[in-house]
Design a protein around this ligand. Sequence first.
Ligand SMILES: [Zn+2]
Length: 401
Amino acid sequence: MPIPAADLLAAARADVDRTVDLRRRLHRTPEIGLHLPRTQATVLEELAGLPVEVATGTTTTSVVGVLRGARPGPTYLLRADLDALPVHEDTGLPFASEVPGAMHACGHDLHTAMLLGAARLLAERRDEIAGQVLLMLQPGEEGFHGARYMLEEGLLDAVPEAPVVGAFALHVFANQPSGVVSVRPGPMMAAADHWEVTVRGRGGHASMPHAAADPVPVAAEIVLALQSMVTRRAPVFDPAVVTVANLVAGSTDNVIPDSAYLQGTIRTLSPERRADVVASVRRVATHVAAAHDMQIDFVHRQGYPVTANDPAVADRVLAIAGELVGPERSVVAAEPLMGAEDFSYVLQRVPGAMAFLGACPPGADPASAAGNHSNLVVFDEGALPAGAALYAAMALDALVA
Ligand SMILES: [Zn+2]
C-alpha cells in the first residue's frame, strides 16, 4: 500500500515537543545494564495513555507492548533499546545526565522517544491496521545481551495466534548527516567476540632470563603474529578485525613476571570467518608460546552475532525513507559498521532490518563531530520526527492491506 508519508511526517512533527520532552527526561536519568527500573517506569507511564497491552520482563526490566489493529493479521516488531553507558557526560547540555558516571552516549534515549512517538502515530491509525504492532523495549544492548533475554522469555510469542513476520530497528549516529537514513542488504554490523590469553612463564631475576621463562617477548610475538594471521587468512571481501586492546605484564624493572595477559576483540561479518578467526587466535597464541616452551590459557566469550539485514526489507526501508525524507536522504550504506548490536538475535529469527539515522548536531561537521560513546556526543533532536515516522511507516507498510 502507498504509505501516507507526508501525513506521517507532519503528524510526527506536530508531536515533536512530546518526543523531545521524553528524550530529555530519559537523558537526565540514564541507567546501565539489564536492570533499569526508573527508565522502565517512565516507559510504562508513556504507554499507559495508549491502547497498548503491556507486559514487563521477568529476568530484566524489558517492556513489551502490543498494539492491536482493527482487523486480524500478522505481527510486526519495532525495537528500541533503553540503556546508557558508563561514561561521565561532559556536554554541558541543560538536560545533561544527573547521574555521575552514566550517560546516554549512544542515543538510546532518542530510540526510545522515537519508538513511543511511533506508537502514538500508530494508535491514531489503528482502524487502518490489519494485525499487531509489537513494541520491543529492551535493556542491556551495550554488551549485556538484553535482546536475547527477551527472546528467551517468549518475545516472538507475545501474540500467540499471529506470528511475527518482520522486524525493524533504528540507530542514531552523531557523526552522520542529520536526517539521512542509511541501510544496506546483508551485514549491517559485525559479530563481536571477546578473547583472553594468559601466557604462562616462570618468574625470576631480570638479569638472568635464562634461569626464568620470560612471557613478555612471547606476548609481544603473539600480538604481531595475530596481525599477520588476519591479513593472510581473511579474504579482503570477508574481512576480520583482531585488536589486542589490553596487554599486562610485570611490576618493576628487575623482575621477570611469571605471566603475561592479553585481551581483545574479534570482529567479523560471516559465520565462517567468525569461526575461523576465533580458532586461529587460539592456535597462533598456543603455538607461538609452544615455540618458546610455554603454555597459554585461552578464554573465548561469544558476543553478538552479525546483524544481517534481509535484502527485501532493506529495499523497503530505502523506498519508504525516500518517501518520508526524500530520495537524496535515503541512501545505501556503503559498508557495514564493525560495531555490534544485539538486534542481531532478532534478525536471526525474523526477516527484518536495522537502519541508521544521522543525527549530527546543527553547525557541526559529521567528519569531526564527537561520535557515539563519546563523553561529548550531542545528537540532533531535529532528526526525531523522521525517526518516529519511519518506525511507524515500516509497521504500516507491513500491516495495511
Ligand atoms: Zn547503541
